[in-house]
Design a protein around this ligand. Structure first.
Ligand SMILES: [Zn+2]
Length: 231
């Protein structure tokens, strides 16, 4: 289970991508944050892929949320990492995922990508893929159910979390995101005991991007991922 918020063209932020990653139903060994080429994200030791991340090269952030219903043998984290590495933009990253998952070898999931210009999402169940983009949309929320494909489980908790996240509305701030990420009241966004990690990428006008993360529950605090000096 996961909670994802992608927002662009906000008052104080050009772009923000947030994901709280909850314990997967598959075997879990551990996760950390690392940089692979130009991609920084939450890396899963077992899958050898990323649950979510941000490409410094393309300015694209993306993540994947599990949808129960279809089980494939290939790793969604691996395709997400490839898409962030290869994609030249959010749309291009979505294209990489779409081409690969439409073969029906990946467990059902929803993928979200954003750059400064657009937020795109993909729903995948077996060989079915639904792609959506809307240039006017500045805010997209994703939990663990589909909106377009008429398949997959629709858990009550997922619907409640989505409804709550929607109330963020269209003026998203750094403080607003941090407050939301650590919320414990029902519907909890920090699903204490179940949330494994959290990732936030911020882009502000004329500033270098900022990556915040937590390994373990987000309510225990975020750390800054040092990008070092890039010339
Ligand atoms: Zn907590």
């Amino acid at each position: 289970m996961c909670s994802i918020v992608a927002a662009i063209r906000q008052k104080e932020l050009d772009m923000v991508f947030f994901e709280n990653r909850d314990r997967p139903k598959e075997l879990f060994i551990g996760n950390d944050i690392r940089r692979i080429d130009d991609v920084i994200g939450i890396y899963d030791f077992r899958a050898k892929g990323m649950a979510c991340g941000y490409s410094l090269r393309s300015g694209t952030a993306g993540g994947v949320a599990n949808i129960l219903g279809y089980t494939g043998r290939k790793s969604r984290g691996v395709i997400l990492l490839s898409a962030l590495k290869e994609g030249k933009s959010a749309k291009d990253a979505a294209r990489v995922v779409k081409e690969e998952v439409s073969r029906g070898e990946y467990s059902s999931a929803k993928y979200v990508f954003c750059d400064k210009k657009i937020i795109v999402s993909l729903e995948n169940f077996g060989t079915k893929v639904h792609y959506s983009e809307d240039l006017k949309k500045r805010f997209v929320v994703t939990t663990n159910h589909f909106h377009n494909l008429r398949v997959g489980k629709r858990l009550e908790n997922s619907i409640l979390r989505e409804k709550y996240l929607q109330t963020l509305g269209n003026n998203i701030t750094e403080q607003g995101i941090l407050k939301l990420a650590t919320r414990h009241r029902n519907p909890a966004i920090c699903r204490h005991g179940r949330t494994l990690s959290s990732f936030i990428a911020f882009e502000r006008r004329n500033e270098i991007p900022q990556i915040l993360y937590s390994l373990g529950e987000p309510c225990k605090g975020y750390r800054v991922f040092e990008l070092g000096h890039t010339s």
